[in-house]
Design a protein around this ligand. Structure first.
Ligand code: ZN
Length: 212
């Protein structure tokens, strides 16, 4: 980021500024050219995120196309967020954390029971958050696809294994994305407490939007 872009993204000049409470969902629209900043206010907080073309929700984020196009396993500055139609939806233009996962998917009650035991069946999970939030836009289960996990640390081991390990994001770390088309952004501020993706303590995150 150069100094000019920093100055333009003074929080006092944001057209939208909202703190998503711990464990809760959120959605918001971005017009082409607007910039979204997601701030991990207290650090080590996974922010499960989906994107849809605002004009046609059947075009949506594609983790496979995004990773394929950049020849890399993580999302960070310079990553083009691609849709299932191969078009650039957003570009990551700032990242103080360094790497974000888009391989491990979102937590669900079903996955919790397999990983952590049947007693976790009734714990709140990202999939429930996503269902609640996409329903506000006329979508349902079939519209929830593989997501980005901002601030979630999922190193790919030399043998190809994935593991969710302690997050590396510090309080105040943020990621910035510029919309390259009009998009709907849907977030689950992850409520998981059975693995380290939220430091075993889900916390609030802040979303800000600036005009182009
Ligand atoms: Zn989750």
């Amino acid at each position: 980021m150069n100094d000019l872009s920093k100055a333009l993204r003074d929080p006092a000049r944001a057209v939208y500024d909202f703190t998503i409470p711990a464990t809760q969902p959120w959605s918001g629209s971005l017009r082409r050219g607007q910039v979204l900043r997601i701030v991990d206010l207290e650090g080590q907080q996974a922010v499960d995120t989906l994107f849809y073309n605002a004009a046609d929700f059947s075009e949506r984020y594609s983790a496979q196309d995004t990773l394929c196009a950049q020849n890399g396993a993580y999302v960070t500055t310079g990553t083009r967020i691609l849709s299932n139609e191969g078009r650039t939806m957003l570009t990551v233009i700032g990242d103080t954390c360094g790497a974000h996962d888009t391989s491990a998917g979102a937590c669900s009650c079903e996955a919790n029971t397999v990983r952590f035991g049947h007693h976790t069946r009734y714990m709140h999970a990202c999939r429930e958050n996503f269902l609640v939030e996409v329903a506000k836009h006329g979508m349902g289960k079939r519209d929830i696809v593989g997501n980005i996990n901002f601030f979630m640390n999922v190193p790919v081991e030399p043998d190809g294994r994935l593991a969710i390990v302690d997050g590396v994001s510090k309080p105040g770390d943020y990621v910035e994305l510029r919309a390259e088309m009009d998009v709907l952004c849907v977030i689950s501020n992850c409520p998981q407490i059975n693995n380290p993706c939220n430091g075993f303590n889900p916390t609030p995150v802040r979303v800000l939007i600036w005009d182009a």
